[in-house]
Design a protein around this ligand. Structure first.
Ligand SMILES: NC(=O)c1ccc[n+]([C@@H]2O[C@H](COP(=O)([O-])OP(=O)(O)OC[C@H]3O[C@@H](n4cnc5c(N)ncnc54)[C@H](O)[C@@H]3O)[C@@H](O)[C@H]2O)c1
Ligand SMILES: [Zn+2]
Ligand SMILES: [Zn+2]
Length: 354
């Protein structure tokens, strides 16, 4: 059986996406078919598009999505047709030692999956099309593992809910789960994309007293201040003595600035994904005599099966204005304009609405 779908296919790094009619594999054992409702445009997709993060091609990008379960494969017990799900790009096995420690975001089966990309789509001539992050949300229909599907309350609009699939979990989770920022503390955030703006919202939710936003693009100032930043700087050199500094850019130079920005005993949280070959050059002396800490944060150190619903509740209770993160919605056909907006540095999150 072949299932048809329209998808934005990336045939080679550096090229635009091409809207193509392709086939999606029917759901096999433990898998489900999801009809996409909305998908966000994330900096990680742009890294694949540009080739900063090399990937097997052609590929359907998109790893920040939400949709409705359309069909169930064999052995799927905890999902039903019609369920509204936010897609989780970090499916965990639930059985490895790391999962056993309660850290499914670090599941040891996952790195192996990343280096072995899967083809869940096929061109009409039968040649494979890979799915980024084992999802491929820039397609009308996707076949994914049941572990990728987190059922949430249908009251949250799809274009808002999809953001929880990456930016919001990553950003708010970095504050609440990784750093565990407490009321009255101070934070600085470098990079005001969807992830950095979510860190701003997380800082406000945690009750941080001072939330300093930094971005090279002045256009980000208004949105950062609206979402809870107390200050905005175009250049981070002046930021000093904060309890936590977050890199939401993914650059060793920014991590260095974060190290200068934190007080003695403060913590740098690395959230942005650097190039896979990147290395840090840091002042070793300052690290030791200042007792500074540098920690990584993957997917907000979260268990999506608990955290997604918590974030939905925060939104529905008016504690997280996630809708204000969206600067524009696009049709799938307009996807290249959405990526152009991301590159321009002028906008918050762009969302594809199916
Ligand atoms: N750790 C994780 O689990 C995780 C999850 C999702 C995304 N990411 C990564 O987070 C990063 C941000 O993602 P995004 O979707 O928000 O990207 P984005 O492209 O929307 O935003 C990046 C922002 O950084 C700004 N910027 C660039 N250079 C800067 C500098 N030197 N100083 C200050 N600001 C600068 C840009 O103007 C832009 O506003 C990416 O590297 C992405 O791959 C990590
Ligand atoms: Zn992402
Ligand atoms: Zn595991």
């Amino acid at each position: 059986m072949e299932l048809q779908t329209k998808a934005a296919v990336l045939y080679a790094a550096g090229k635009p996406f091409e809207i193509t009619d392709i086939n999606v594999v029917p759901p096999g054992e433990g898998e489900v078919l999801v009809r996409m409702a909305a998908a966000g445009i994330c900096g990680s997709d742009e890294a694949v598009r540009t080739g900063k993060r090399p990937h097997a091609m052609p590929v359907v990008c998109g790893h920040e999505g939400a949709g409705f379960v359309e069909a169930l494969g064999e052995g799927v017990a905890r999902l039903n047709r019609g369920d509204f799900v936010i897609l989780n790009w970090q499916p965990a096995c639930g059985t490895c030692a790391v999962c056993g420690r309660g850290q499914p975001n670090l599941c040891t089966t996952f790195p192996e999956r990343v280096t072995k990309p899967e083809a869940r789509f096929f061109l009409k001539d039968g040649s494979p099309v890979f799915s980024y992050s084992h999802l491929g949300c820039f397609a009308q229909r996707v076949t994914v593992r049941q572990e990728c599907c987190v059922v949430v309350d249908k009251k949250i609009p799809p274009e808002v809910s999809c953001l929880i699939g990456c930016a919001v979990t990553t950003g708010v989770g970095a504050v609440l789960n990784t750093a565990r920022v407490k009321a009255g503390e101070s934070v600085a955030i470098f990079g005001m994309g969807g992830v950095g703006l979510s860190i701003v919202m997380g800082g406000k939710l945690a009750g941080a007293e001072s939330i300093i936003a930094v971005d090279t693009a002045m256009a980000k100032k208004k949105m950062a201040l609206e979402l809870g930043a107390t200050d905005f700087f175009q250049e981070g050199a002046k930021v000093r003595n904060v309890d936590y500094a977050f890199d939401a850019v993914g650059s060793p130079e920014v991590v260095r600035k974060c190290l200068d920005a934190v007080r003695p005993g403060g913590t740098v949280v690395c959230v942005g994904l650097p190039a896979m070959s990147a290395e840090y050059s840091l002042p070793a002396w300052k690290l030791v005599v200042g007792e500074k800490k540098i920690i990584g944060s993957l997917y907000g150190s979260a268990d999506p099966f608990q955290f997604f619903s918590r974030l939905v509740d925060f939104y529905l209770e008016g504690k997280l204005p996630l809708d204000r993160l969206i600067s524009k919605t696009y049709t799938l056909e307009e996807i290249n304009a959405g990526f152009e907006a991301l590159r321009s540095g002028r906008t918050g999150r762009g969302v594809i609405r199916f």
